[in-house]
Write a protein that binds this ligand. Structure first.
Ligand SMILES: [Fe+2]
Length: 261
């Protein structure tokens, strides 16, 4: 069962990281031959069957492909089934203010800081504008993040953002990356002691370590991209995926990506 972590002194937290579900407006629609709603449903059900005690779900953007109210109503109908808190950040295909109407904790012009026992979840919006696919974190959010990390150096910070603040060696995806990635990484590395950063956007697994920062990207719940590609290249028969994360103040980060066959 889920636990109320807001005031809990717990030093262990577990969750499922889900990303890039690209929901369309209607349940029966398909996106490049794939029903993204059914794919997300499969991921949610399968992850909870394997990990029934998770504390929450974390979605790192491109929840919707269309960015419409209809797609977010569809999202709400899917997550409502599972009695679990849901935290999310918008991606380039989302519409931040519409997503926020459905999930009030989703960030828009400010970062959102959520205390979870001995951990802090920091939700950051990297949406750069309608029809833009690269990301950017605005100066006000960077300043808020800097203030937060400065005052919480003793806490374990979990940062969620759609665009990875690193290059992943796929030319086309790196060109659509986070424009001010160095600025963001500099702030995180300067102030943070233990930090896990989770992101999406790249539809593939990434695991990088920078000093005290572990950076993880998780494959999509629908289409996956081939690693190290010059141009966009989808995997022919993609398997929907999710990431399980267990954080412990004592033992650090334990994580595993699962693909559903
Ligand atoms: Fe994206």
């Amino acid at each position: 069962m889920s636990r109320d972590l807001q005031d809990a002194p717990t030093d262990i937290i577990t969750f499922v990281h889900v990303t890039d579900s690209h929901l369309l407006n209607h349940a029966e629609e398909v996106f490049h031959q794939l029903n993204t709603k059914e794919s997300l449903e499969k991921v949610l059900a399968s992850s909870l069957a394997r990990y029934p005690c998770i504390d929450f779900f974390l979605f790192t953007g491109d929840i919707s492909q269309t960015g419409t109210v209809e797609s977010y109503i569809l999202f709400k109908s899917l997550i409502r089934v599972y009695d679990r808190p849901v935290y999310c950040v918008p991606g380039n295909h989302d519409t931040p203010e519409l997503l926020q109407r459905i999930i009030p904790d989703s960030p828009d012009s400010s970062i959102n800081i959520i205390e979870l026992g001995k951990f802090t979840l920091v939700l950051i919006n990297s949406w750069a504008g309608a029809e833009e696919h690269h990301g950017i974190v605005n100066q006000s959010c960077l300043q808020q993040l800097e203030r937060h990390l400065k005052s919480s150096a003793d806490r374990f910070n979990i940062i969620a953002i759609h665009h990875p603040p690193v290059l992943i060696n796929s030319k086309w995806l790196d060109e659509l990356g986070l424009q001010n990635q160095d600025e963001l990484l500099r702030i995180i590395n300067k102030y943070s002691r233990d930090t896990l950063l989770l992101c999406g956007h790249v539809h593939q697994e990434v695991d990088q370590q920078f000093d005290n920062l572990r950076l993880l990207a998780t494959p999509s719940t629908c289409h996956q991209y081939k690693a190290k590609s010059e141009a966009m290249c989808r995997i022919d028969v993609p398997l929907p995926a999710y990431r399980y994360v267990r954080l412990s103040i004592k033992n650090g980060i334990d994580t595993k990506v699962h693909y559903i066959k």
